[in-house]
Design a protein around this ligand. Structure first.
Ligand SMILES: Nc1ncnc2c1ncn2[C@@H]1O[C@H](COP(=O)(O)OP(=O)(O)O)[C@@H](O)[C@H]1O
Ligand SMILES: [Mg+2]
Length: 391
């Protein structure tokens, strides 16, 4: 159901998912005067703590998802790992933004790559894997190194195994469930840098840009984002144009984060799509005229988009479970620098690899921000080149 009028402050936005992205969307929406209801596992979840209302539910369970219908005026998501069939059912009676069809594409790596290829967007060479013999044949075709991934449910490097020798095929296949779940094999892209770009698209097709970001992953998890990415202006423009083209082709309302590999040749290969705010876009919260969280609310409510202009360069460092104690201990010291911002998501359990918060280092130049971020990380007791504690 697509209304012609915007949703005005006082309306209720329903968010499926209750993690940190939902939390930051919720606080943005609250600042703008909206009510927010979130669905997730526990009332202590990051978004449930700050929303007007929490609905207990498993967002992968259609019979739960549908319950948000009576509590919200418009529904959006904070993760693509949500029941797409329930979203489609919801969309018959209440606006769902982004469209359920887009969520169905973004939650399935095979559909995602197929859709992008159909649009003429370069992706890593890939094969659908239904059996061990199919994997062995695909390894011959694509070569090694390659990465075997579950088509659904993976995040932060979970649900994927790197294969460096064909003899590892059987072990990798077993590790990912032995064919019980859908699998895809991807050739490893020899990238020079990883970049991402968030683009917003309004109900009327208006496009809102953000600067391109460079991302550094450690152990499959985002460690550091540098904004703006130190890439040639022509590359940044190409990445933004590509993201806008994909958003327009999908007829998206909301945000689209596009993860890309930048090759030495300057060519771009798209890795993943996320039709929602993205970890690499957290710098927008403190340094852009309109944060990605305000922007998604504006888009989802059918309003005009705000400027995505970045006012100061910044480097973001993710705080994982294993970093939290050191960050809390150093909190007073960190607060002495007026251009260092610490965000914590209110998660009660700090498991290793779990995203607990982030640090944003703001500076006059991106080089200075990167240098200071390295100092901050070191001062916390962590190696600049590794997330492990120094001895
Ligand atoms: N085909 C690939 N070639 C090279 N690196 C890859 C490839 N696929 C994944 N990676 C690396 O693993 C990281 C996580 O993989 P990704 O597919 O983005 O899954 P997730 O959903 O966990 O973010 C990427 O950011 C990149 O560093
Ligand atoms: Mg990714």
């Amino acid at each position: 159901m697509e209304p012609s009028q915007p949703f005005l402050p006082g309306s209720t936005i329903g968010i499926l998912g209750s993690g940190q992205l939902g939390r930051m969307m919720t606080t943005a929406a609250k600042h703008m005067g909206y009510r927010v209801v979130v669905m997730g596992a526990a009332p202590t979840d990051p978004a449930a703590q700050v929303a007007d209302q929490w609905i207990p539910g498993n967002i992968l369970d259609p019979s739960d998802v549908i319950k948000i219908k009576d509590q919200a005026d418009v529904v959006t998501i904070e993760t693509e790992n949500v029941s797409a069939e329930a979203l489609a059912q919801l969309a018959q009676t209440i606006p769902v933004r982004p469209d359920p069809g887009i969520v169905a594409i973004a939650q399935d790596r095979l559909k995602e790559k197929g859709t992008l290829s159909d649009m003429g967007v370069p992706v890593a060479p890939f094969r659908s894997i239904e059996s061990l013999s199919a994997l062995e044949a695909a390894l011959k075709e694509l070569g090694v190194p390659a990465i075997l991934k579950t088509t659904r449910g993976g995040y932060d490097g979970k649900g994927q195994v790197r294969i460096t020798d064909p003899t590892q095929a059987a072990k990798a296949f077993q590790e990912l469930g032995g064919g019980a779940a859908g699998l895809v094999l991807e050739a490893v892209v020899p990238f020079e840098r990883e970049i991402s770009v968030v683009v917003a698209r309004g109900v009327d097709g208006q496009i809102g840009h953000y600067p391109v970001v460079e991302n550094e992953h450690r152990g499959g998890i985002l460690h550091r984002s540098v904004a703006p990415a130190p890439v040639p202006a022509a590359v940044a423009q190409k990445a933004q144009d590509l993201a806008a083209m994909i958003a327009a082709n999908l007829n998206l309302t909301g945000l689209l984060a596009v993860e890309m590999f930048l090759l030495e040749s300057g060519d771009l290969v798209v890795n993943e799509l996320a039709p929602r705010p993205h970890n690499s876009g957290h710098f927008t919260l403190d340094t852009c005229v309109t944060s990605q969280f305000e922007q998604v609310v504006r888009a989802v409510c059918g309003l005009g988009l705000g400027s995505g202009e970045q006012l100061r360069p910044a480097v973001m460092l993710n705080i994982l479970g294993e970093h939290l104690d050191a960050v809390i201990k150093a909190y007073p010291d960190l607060s002495l620098d007026p251009l260092v911002k610490v965000h914590l998501y209110g998660k009660t359990q700090a498991r290793p690899g779990r995203k607990m918060g982030h640090i944003l280092v703001i500076e006059r130049s991106v080089e200075r921000a990167a240098a200071k971020a390295a100092l901050v990380w070191h001062s916390l007791g962590f190696e600049p080149g590794s997330s492990a504690r120094t001895p």
